[in-house]
Design a protein around this ligand. Structure first.
Ligand code: AMP
Ligand code: MG
Length: 413
């Protein structure tokens, strides 16, 4: 399938082509709350009772009936007949002219509906409270069902469960939820110049670093990884590696070996084993990308350069894997920031420049260059906390202009 050989595709076109093809995996599992963090919900969750379950106080103070509030009065004196503490409700009666002492979270009895904060009261003796600033009727009472009402769907399929969601489920006493099963992704590096850590570097060799970026990128997405290490540039070894990877994983990622020149037998092998598109993408870093299927597995052939791997992972692999996971939000979020320096660029491809995003004293988002912009240089990538995305047709951007930025923090997930 080399119909696109001489055609450059835009980043968004490739994103669409990839995402459109992908369906969420089917498998699910029941997990307890602690294991549900960062997993993708595979059911809609419904409230089986109102939360909070009862009217309760939002303040430490005194609870009384709004009937006591008379127009024109500036103070109100009430008899204190008991107390309601969180976990220890008041069970007696409350008559007209009476109040109870109440603490935050304590049940508000039926006879009363208003709470005055302690700071707005005086206590002439143990049995009397003088309200010095009269609150509005119904003040400081948190109503039953304020948060959730019985029958309400409160978390939906596709939600990535956050720490808040675990708490949200806990408020309903829910101990287990159904989530999508974990994705399993196999990956390997290709290249005769690559050595694994622990091996000695020969002349012209380098260490396989993509193995670790890909590992980290996948782990941050709560994915199970199958690390197959370095596969030599050897027809049979590559073919076997592809077959093994596809048989054990939902998706296979390789780095290296897809650029023009050395790609030929990798390409041949992939064409023999699966349905693969070889794309040239109008982006920098990046450019070559192979995408398709081998048996039932998705396949991503990323470029070899370390920065290109990370850039193409964020733009294409991550959205695809999120889709496969059944997650609702897929594409990286773009925000605007003001560049504080000249950003050099030639018109042609979309640049994903490594940048440092900061917030000025006045709250303005600013961005600057993180260092040398070359696809084999990890220094700037390591320093960066964002990509500055400069459109294909754009040339250099002057200091002071607004630019598109993809922040790394929160980009994965
Ligand atoms: P390739 O796409 O195989 O031509 O590789 C492009 C560049 O990336 C070459 O300089 C490779 O040495 C380098 N490269 C490929 N794979 C890796 C890897 N796993 N770790 C570090 N550099 C790599
Ligand atoms: Mg290579």
């Amino acid at each position: 399938m080399s119909q696109n050989d001489n055609l450059f595709l835009s980043v968004s076109e490739v994103q669409q082509r990839i995402i459109n093809d992908i369906k969420a995996i089917n498998g699910t599992e029941r997990v307890d709350l602690r294991h549900a963090l960062d997993r993708i919900l595979a059911e809609d969750v419904i409230a089986t009772f109102d939360t909070p379950p009862c009217d309760n106080s939002g303040m430490d103070g005194y609870a009384f009936s709004s009937q006591e509030i008379a127009e024109g009065n500036t103070t109100l004196t009430l008899k204190v007949v008991g107390q309601s503490f969180a976990g220890h409700s008041y069970t007696g009666e409350i008559a007209s002219g009476e109040a109870i002492r109440i603490m935050t979270g304590a049940q508000v009895p039926d006879e009363v509906d208003t709470v005055v904060m302690q700071e707005h009261t005086e206590k002439p003796d143990d049995n009397t409270v003088v309200i010095t600033t009269i609150p509005k009727a119904f003040a400081n009472v948190r109503k039953a069902g304020d948060d959730l009402t019985t029958g309400q769907t409160f978390l939906v399929t596709g939600k990535k469960l956050s720490p808040t969601d675990l708490a949200f489920l806990a408020t309903q006493g829910i101990a287990e939820v159904t989530v999508k099963r974990k994705l399993r992704v196999a990956f390997f590096s290709t290249g005769d110049e690559l050595r694994s850590i622990g091996e000695t570097l020969g002349e012209g060799d380098i260490y396989d670093s993509n193995r670790y970026s890909i590992y980290g990128l996948l782990k941050s997405m709560a994915i199970d990884v199958v690390d197959m290490g370095v596969i030599r540039d050897d027809r049979q070894a590559i073919e076997e590696a592809f077959k093994t990877a596809a048989s054990v994983a939902d998706a296979v990622i390789t780095s290296g070996g897809v650029s023009v020149g050395e790609a030929d037998f990798v390409k041949e092998t992939l064409e023999k084993l699966g349905q693969i598109n070889f794309w040239k993408i109008s982006m920098k870093p990046g450019k070559p990308l192979a995408f398709g299927t081998i048996d039932d597995s998705l396949f991503f052939g990323l470029p070899g350069n370390p920065v290109s791997v990370i850039a193409t992972f964020y733009q294409f692999v991550q959205p695809a894997l999120k889709r496969m996971k059944g997650q609702d939000i897929v594409l990286p979020m773009v925000i605007k920031a003001k560049t504080t320096e000249l950003l050099k660029k030639r018109p042609g491809r979309t640049d994903f420049q490594r940048g440092i995003l900061e917030q000025s004293d006045t709250g303005e988002l600013t961005v600057r260059n993180a260092g040398t912009q070359a696809s084999h240089v990890l220094t700037a990538m390591s320093r960066a906390n964002c990509f500055i995305v400069i459109p294909a047709q754009s040339g250099s951007i002057e200091a002071g202009e607004m630019v598109d930025v993809q922040a790394f923090e929160g980009l994965l997930g």
